[in-house]
Design a protein around this ligand. Structure first.
Ligand code: AHR
Length: 499
């Protein structure tokens, strides 16, 4: 265990960096397990209180979270999704099999109109993932036309007949998902050619243009970024506004035995955080390629799937990817957010996987019951960082959390100037036992929230939904410096006022 001396922190307000796009806090909702059905959509006739079929408790929690962006319908599901299955009278929609996730029946009750109505209720922007794997250019072109156009075409008349007069607003549109794997096992070269073919024909009105996203690589891969940035020259009718990348945190790094969501030893607390921090290298390696091939900085690097992935909860359908969520997940979320902030020039959008009941969720439900996870609170505490401006931070020392022969930083810090002019600082102590003391010589008073836990796997349950929640934190200046003790296993977001 490391010694925890006092660290001086200064925030450089004179050298502001990039704007931290609010869409760094984007959410992902896939037709997977109970992510949408039960988690979001219960139908109008459900005994669970709902508005037009959307469960009210979840809806309110997402509104409170100021979710900026929703990605739908997948994931792997996207490349088997045929949008026409999800429009028209619900009782006439086809029943299909969700072959990616548990082989369950998909009754298509939640389709295009339900998604956009939900996004409007939440107040979020929209990210549609198109089907490259099993669709066709015609199918994708017509979907985009159906959603965005106001022309008097047969397809638009159909949308109007289905109850939506005005076009929907599509903010982002991706051509395929994980095309190296579940999206078709393609090579980057083959995908690049398909991407050009499809995007040549994808048309949306001038005032309703989405950003077009190419499906990129995963983990350590850089070959997708390299090939796509080299081969897809953005001119005329081919657009590529961003390349997406996926990286999941597995405690063991082994897909066969990933590690448990609760009841883990310190070794897996440590390895989970260590695995999370690899995100920074993956981003820097890919961004270095983009900096060379796209010096005008026109192509974004979007991490549109990230988060923890554990062995599923005992007794649950393995295809549903349901897992508990502890203080460790909140720390993982905070560390990732700090990394995204550092590369915000390119990383203008990310989606944690996934919003409700799947993987590193914000919200868990059990029929009519609902709970908010520690990850929900980590996101909520960072709301002031949405659209804030990055500020560099200097530390007088970088304390280490030593475990066996390995070490990671014991302290992670990120600061920003919020839209209202206040400076916010986010502080994470990764250690299991030791507090970290920091001094902020620039400020006389701080107020904010602290999220921590006595237990290494502290979490909320349906019987005790309030075990882990943020508490108020205040500190004042003593002898010219505000000193803060950051407890072990904790995340803090503090308002420092206007410096
Ligand atoms: O988030 C679960 C799955 O993980 C997604 O469907 C897929 O894109 C990724 O492999």
């Amino acid at each position: 265990m490391a010694d925890t001396a006092r660290i001086d922190i200064s925030i450089d307000t004179q050298r502001p960096g990039a704007v931290l796009n609010k869409n760094i806090y984007g959410q992902f909702m896939e037709h997977l397990g109970r992510g949408i059905y039960e988690g979001v959509w219960v139908g109008k006739d459900s005994p669970i209180p709902n508005k037009n079929g959307y469960r009210l408790d979840v809806l309110q929690a997402l509104i409170d979270l100021k979710v900026p962006l929703l990605r739908w319908p997948g994931g792997c599901f996207a490349d088997e999704y045929h949008w026409r299955d999800g429009i028209g009278p619900r009782n006439e929609r086809p029943r299909t099999v969700n072959s990616n996730w548990g082989g369950v029946i998909e009754d298509n009750a939640f389709g295009t109109h339900e998604f956009f109505e939900f996004a409007e209720l939440v107040g979020a922007q929209t990210y549609i993932n198109g089907n490259l794997g099993t669709g066709s250019p015609k199918e994708m072109v017509e979907w985009l036309h159906y959603m965005t156009s106001d022309a008097d075409t047969t397809v638009v008349r159909e949308r109007k007949k289905n109850g939506r007069e005005r076009p929907f607003k599509v903010d982002y549109f991706a051509v395929g998902n994980e095309s190296w794997g579940c999206g078709g096992n393609m090579t980057p070269d083959y995908y690049a050619d398909l991407y050009k073919q499809y995007t040549t024909f994808l048309k949306a009105p001038e005032n309703n243009q989405p950003k077009f996203i190419a499906s990129g690589g995963t983990d350590v891969q850089t070959n997708w970024t390299q090939t796509l940035a080299e081969k897809i020259k953005r001119s005329g009718n081919v657009r590529m506004d961003a390349i997406s990348h996926h990286y999941y945190t597995l405690p063991t790094g082994d897909w066969e035995t990933k590690g448990s969501a609760t009841g883990y030893p310190e070794e897996q607390w440590f390895s989970t955080l260590q695995q999370t921090l690899r995100m920074e290298t993956f981003i820097t390696d890919n961004v270095a390629i983009l900096d060379e091939l796209d010096p005008e900085q026109e192509i974004g690097f979007y991490v549109d799937e990230w988060g923890t992935w554990y062995d599923v909860d005992k007794g649950t359908n393995p295809g549903f990817l349901y897992q508990q969520n502890t203080i460790r997940d909140a720390i993982v979320a905070g560390l990732n957010i700090h990394i995204f902030n550092r590369y915000a020039k390119r990383v203008q959008m990310t989606n944690i996987a996934q919003m409700v009941n799947v993987l590193q969720a914000m919200i868990l439900t059990d029929k009519e019951k609902m709970l908010l996870t520690p990850t929900y609170y980590a996101f909520k505490m960072h709301i002031p960082f949405q659209d804030a401006t990055y500020l560099p931070v200097n530390l007088s020392d970088t304390p280490l959390y030593q475990h066996g022969d390995d070490a990671i930083p014991a302290l992670s810090v990120s600061a920003a100037k919020a839209l209202n002019g206040d400076i916010y600082i986010s502080l994470i102590n990764t250690q299991v036992d030791n507090a970290v003391e920091v001094a902020l010589p620039q400020v006389s008073q701080v107020k904010g929230k602290l999220l921590n836990s006595r237990d290494m796997d502290g979490h909320n349950t349906f019987d005790h939904p309030d075990n882990i929640h943020p508490t108020d934190y205040t500190a004042t200046e003593v002898n010219g410096s505000t000193v803060i003790s950051i407890p072990a296993k904790s995340l803090m977001v503090l308002n420092l006022g206007q410096l």
